[in-house]
Design a protein. Structure first.
Length: 135
């Protein structure tokens, strides 16, 4: 249970700590479909929009910064994967299986078979040479 939460804590530090703005050419790939980030991204954006204390006035909007991440497709739920695609963008989804760890999928293609063909093709066919620059 901890790994998706830890992923979100890391992303929060990268976004709100200004790391993504200081180093715009670094590409980050998050496991677990971005962890719990897709579920709290709206809250982060709302905090930015309402100028909550502690949110840097010169930072880019969280939604803009989140769209620079790549995430693997292993969420164990089609609905969670759809949420990850909505937050990070379908073109930012990469193939992942978490194998050989216990939470991994021995048959990841079966898991992805439920997805629309275009999305499956996108996930299967993106390699390092196709990765877009973050900004």
């Amino acid at each position: 249970m901890g790994n998706p939460r830890e992923t979100a804590v890391t992303v929060a530090h990268l976004v709100f700590g200004g790391v993504l703005q200081r180093f715009p050419n670094i590409r980050f790939c998050l496991s677990h479909g971005g962890g719990t980030v897709p579920m709290i991204a709206g809250r982060w954006q709302r905090g930015f929009d309402t100028k909550q204390p502690g949110v840097g006035a010169r930072m880019l909007p969280p939604a803009t910064l989140l769209s620079t991440f790549y995430v693997d497709c292993l969420t164990h739920s089609p609905d969670a994967l759809a949420c990850s695609a909505e937050i990070f963008g379908e073109r930012r989804l990469l193939f992942g299986s978490d194998w050989p760890f216990p939470m991994g999928l021995s048959q990841p293609h079966d898991y992805l078979a439920r997805l629309p063909q275009l999305l499956r093709d996108q996930i299967y066919n993106v390699g390092p040479e196709q990765l877009e620059p973050p900004c």
